[in-house]
Design a protein around this ligand. Sequence first.
Ligand code: SAH
Ligand code: F3S
Length: 455
Amino acid sequence: MNRVYIKTYGCQMNERDSEQVASSLRDRGYSVVDNEFDADVVLLNTCSVRDQAEQKAIGKAGYLSKRKRENPNFILGVMGCMAQNRGEELFDRLPDLDLVVGTQKFHRVPDHLDHLIQTSNGQGPRPSTLMDLGEEEGSQNTIKDHVSKTNEVSAFVSIMQGCNMNCAFCIVPKTRGSERSRPIEQIVEEVQELAVNGVKEVTFLGQIVTSYGRREFPVIDGKSPFVQLLERTNEVPGIERIRFTSPHPRGFKQDLVEAYRDLPKLCEYIHLPLQAGCDKTLRAMNRPYTKSRYRQIVDSLRAVVPHMYFSTDIIVGFPGETEEDFNESAAFFEDIGFDMAYIFKYSIRTGTPAEAMPDQIPQEEKERRNQVLLDILSKSSLQRNETLIGTTQEVLVEGPAKRGDAYMGKTRGHRNAIFEADERLIGHLVDLNIKRVTASSLYGDLVLAGVDTTN
Ligand code: SAH
Ligand code: F3S
């Protein structure tokens, strides 16, 4: 009765939360398995950011309910954003559900499972269902354990929870609550521990990392708490690369731009959500910046690191986005020349301001606009990758590539690199001579003189 399978939907934050739940379950004596058929308990860690993500998880839960009918002791739980967003309603929709756990209660999962299992073993009345969705002070400080401390090369570290912005389209402030940050010291200790266990790259996670510690910790020497955290992390021995996701243009100040000049471990790749490249749409979205401000940030980063890589989030078909507005947005998107982008078709989220806005855009039109941006992106990322042919790129070797017997890793610019290598190079930084590229990957040969196998 103690084999648990966790299926994760959505963003890296969810991946990280699932790792945390897995780690706490292992500590409690559960075994975390990697396939649902071997499990006595299945937990779905869900996403609510778009309707499609919710529908996928609901479909999966419906399918798993069949298991429940065959085996009444089977336990099915829903955790995370959809649990928080839909709450009670989930039990109506999925009568076989046992457990619903919100985004501030992940650390309580072992207790809840213990309880469900003990009671189904006849030790006391088994609750038909268990729901835990409250807010919990200090829950941001419960996310610090990692599942496999030994074989990770690159690790995610959550530094804060929640978001205090009110983007008109976004459900996250509802599902993740208000901003709460972990102390710098605690995060640095976690990074040190990861480094001791062989991790070379950390990615800091938060819904709005530029707001990190804004209310909790002071600005020192003109540096925000987030930049202080980056500086401290830059000093951790063994850590070679620092990344983060996502900053907000509003909080992107000069101190962060200068961090790219001053901190050698901070990788020159930035994911900076744009959402729209048209001031009218940005206003309607309640995004407090203009496209010219966004442009300034990009220019100031390129001024300190000329080969800076940019990635973004952008939404097409926001209510009221006319053909003209979209064309303006697309032109701006093309002009910046993104290396990577997540392009989203606007999805109505119940309870958000944009739900009630007039002039919703028909689905076919969203599809069309989506395709226009995808075409621009594949052109700009291919063009960028082509400039890398013949150059030498530093690659952190992560492991075997998906296909064939090659290996894969990432450049500092977060380009996917594929090359012939050896298992012993996993976790090492190698130099790769780039021979051939596609829009999504670089192919190259190891520069053997640059191989460092000493550490
Ligand atoms: N600040 C968070 C955003 C989380 S949501 C972060 O950057 O990590 C991730 C992305 O989903 C958003 O940046 C936005 O582009 C997209 N998104 C959010 N709500 C959406 C909606 N209702 N429809 C379509 N895309 C949406
Ligand atoms: Fe969502 Fe906007 Fe925050 S996109 S997570 S409300 S910055």
